[in-house]
Design a protein around this ligand. Structure first.
Ligand SMILES: NC(=O)C1=CN([C@@H]2O[C@H](COP(=O)(O)OP(=O)(O)OC[C@H]3O[C@@H](n4cnc5c(N)ncnc54)[C@H](O)[C@@H]3O)[C@@H](O)[C@H]2O)C=CC1
Ligand SMILES: O=C(O)[C@@H]1CCC=N1
Length: 264
């Protein structure tokens, strides 16, 4: 297959489905009229020039590439035949063999984006089944890179782990931001200043980490060696179990990712 002529997104009205749909259109991978999006209840208000349907088989029949973006608990109710077409799942926890069986195609990609796809800054690891061709891989890269950065990985176990690390990832700095803002407000800071300040810290740190070649570990050590306010905070946070809390959180996400797939 060369350029995909048409793309369909099952669950295209949802959070991630919308992010993918808008990124695909912005990157001009297909024009809106070649994009089919399915929804369950009322038609959402965005991308009115795309084709919207409640009929997922109709979506598949209109599309060269089918993206499945429903929640894992809604996956067992999806009854479609992709007729050997390229299909990509972004669902957490659903393994390649289950996807191939239910979608009736051996050209399957399992991808795991994150919420930053909404602002074209996802990190998306992915893996393809045996039947995925070199052309399919190019199409997949174009779609995923329209949403941010993407890496093909070697095993599904990598996807299971990365589901928690990078798929859930944006939630963790958000949790940190929430705790920082709560502390600031509890000490009488103006909430708007606290929010703006903490948001600037997160964005600035992202850019700093991207710009600097060294490992975050080295940056942390530089702060520790500085022996100032930052070192005092880092040492107190570590003594309160910061690293253990992160380890336990990631273990819980991995467990959920693996067991969720087994449950469907
Ligand atoms: N939101 C996130 O940060 C991430 C989500 N994911 C995965 O992406 C998938 C979608 O997640 P979200 O977009 O967050 O959920 P969501 O709930 O916002 O969107 C899912 C959409 O699918 C629709 N839907 C359900 N059954 C349908 C059916 N039979 N036909 C047509 N539409 C149907 C729902 O009405 C909803 O609009 C999930 O499997 C999740 O594991 C993966 C990585 C990150
Ligand atoms: O929380 C979830 O289950 C979804 C999948 C990975 C990130 N968000």
């Amino acid at each position: 297959m060369g350029e995909p002529l048409s793309i369909g997104i099952v669950g295209g009205g949802g959070w991630l489905g919308r992010a993918f749909a808008e990124a695909i259109i912005d990157a001009q991978i297909v024009p809106p009229e070649q994009l089919t999006l399915s929804h369950r209840s009322g038609q959402p208000g965005f991308l009115p020039s795309a084709t919207w349907t409640r009929n997922n088989q109709e979506l598949v029949d209109r599309s060269d590439v089918v993206i499945v973006s429903v929640r894992p608990q809604d996956w067992p109710a999806i009854e479609i035949s992709a007729h050997g077409k390229l299909a990509m799942s972004v669902m957490a926890g659903i393994p390649l063999d289950q996807l191939a069986k239910r979608l009736k195609t051996d050209r399957i990609v399992r991808a795991l984006p994150n919420a930053a796809a909404e602002v074209r800054n996802s990190y998306t690891p992915w893996i393809g089944s045996q039947g995925v061709t070199a052309d399919d891989r190019n199409v997949v890269r174009r779609i995923l890179e329209a949403c941010g950065a993407a890496d093909e990985v070697k095993s599904e176990a990598d996807i299971d782990y990365l589901t928690g690390l990078t798929g859930s990832g944006p939630a963790f700095p958000a949790l940190l931001a929430m705790a920082m803002i709560d502390d600031a407000v509890s000490r009488g800071m103006n909430p708007d200043i606290a929010r703006r300040g903490v948001s600037a810290v997160l964005v600035g740190t992202g850019k700093l980490l991207e710009a600097r070649a060294e490992n975050p570990k080295d940056i942390v050590q530089t702060f520790v060696d500085y022996r100032g306010t930052t070192a005092a905070a880092i040492e107190a946070m570590r003594a309160a179990g910061f690293e253990a809390a992160v380890r336990e959180g990631l273990a819980a996400a991995l467990w959920k990712s693996v067991t969720m797939g087994q449950a469907t």
